[in-house]
Design a protein around this ligand. Structure first.
Ligand SMILES: Nc1ncnc2c1ncn2[C@@H]1O[C@H](COP(=O)(O)OP(=O)(O)OP(=O)(O)O)[C@@H](O)[C@H]1O
Length: 267
């Protein structure tokens, strides 16, 4: 069953068409990746879906309900929440207080927001730092705090906008495992990332945006060998990766460096 659907979504900023007649759906329990070159419209699509921007045209449905133009807090209460691309926790609050703000913002039958915040910190392995302040966290820990903040809202679907961006390979691996654990416990995941190895590993299905249009969707293997996607984004090395993978000489789950800004997990 579809938990999230976009129907003919268009968002214009003046003369810029950031997303152009995009229709998609995400099923309950899936992990779906969204990729595409810089400026393709990925973050705009997430903002439209999560209520930050109202679409110029089209409809957003969450669990069958039309939520087009609803406020982010309303959408969050319903169970859809998005991480911020740039993580900015409240520096003067502890980790627990930051996560509690998330729990209170979610506001869905929380007997005890602090308890939910604690559980979320435990889940992301930051509970021992609960009374610490965010200033003392590494980039990877900050990303995990951001995940705790959204988990504390008790969401049905989580939208991760570049949650692996800027992480080293070990931190990236931790985030990939965390996303897998979140999905395993029944929450749906929709994620944007340029770190191809991470996104392809964790996604059941991948959608590709290019210049505001959805140009492809399929399994990670299908997407990595799709000529149009390679041309638009993944670059020439993905073609040789998938050729050598089919010859048994390469790891086909790997992404590739490319001019289209897809990144392997080496950076
Ligand atoms: N608030 C805004 N006002 C005006 N133009 C915007 C706004 N937000 C996005 N755009 C434009 O819309 C287009 C799509 O941007 P968007 O950030 O959604 O792309 P993206 O695929 O997320 O890129 P990246 O991978 O670099 O994050 C770009 O041309 C961008 O400049």
């Amino acid at each position: 069953m579809a938990i999230l659907e976009g129907e003919h979504l268009t968002k214009r900023f003046g003369g810029v068409v950031a997303i152009d007649d995009v229709s998609f759906s995400v099923d309950e329990g899936e992990t779906v990746g969204l990729i595409g070159p810089n400026g393709a419209g990925k973050s705009t699509l997430f903002r439209v879906v999560s209520g930050v921007h109202e679409p110029t045209e089209g409809t957003v449905r969450f669990m069958g309900d039309d939520i087009t133009g609803a406020e982010p807090y309303d959408i969050c209460h319903r169970g859809l929440v998005k991480t911020h691309q740039i993580v900015r926790p409240f520096g003067n609050l502890t980790l627990l207080e930051n996560a509690t703000v998330g729990a209170e913002f979610g506001g869905r039958k929380h007997d005890d927001p602090e308890e939910r915040a604690y559980e979320a910190l435990e889940f992301v392995d930051l509970v021992e730092r609960a009374h610490d302040e965010p200033d003392n966290l590494s980039v990877g820990e900050l990303k995990r705090l951001e995940i705790a903040r959204v988990l504390a809202t008790d969401p049905k679907i989580l939208l991760f906008d570049e949650v692996a961006g800027g992480l080293d390979p070990e931190e990236t691996e931790e985030i990939v495992d965390l996303i897998g654990d979140i999905n395993e416990r029944g929450q749906t995941v929709f994620l944007i990332d340029h770190v191809m190895r991470a996104l392809m590993k964790v996604s059941h299905r991948v959608m590709v945006l290019d210049r505001g249009k959805l140009i492809a969707e399929g399994t990670p293997a299908e997407i990595q060998s799709n000529e149009q996607v390679i041309d638009a984004y993944l670059g020439e090395s993905a073609r040789s990766d998938s050729d050598s993978a089919s010859n048994g000489t390469s790891d086909s789950s790997a992404g590739s460096e490319s001019s289209g800004s897809a990144r392997s997990d080496a950076d």
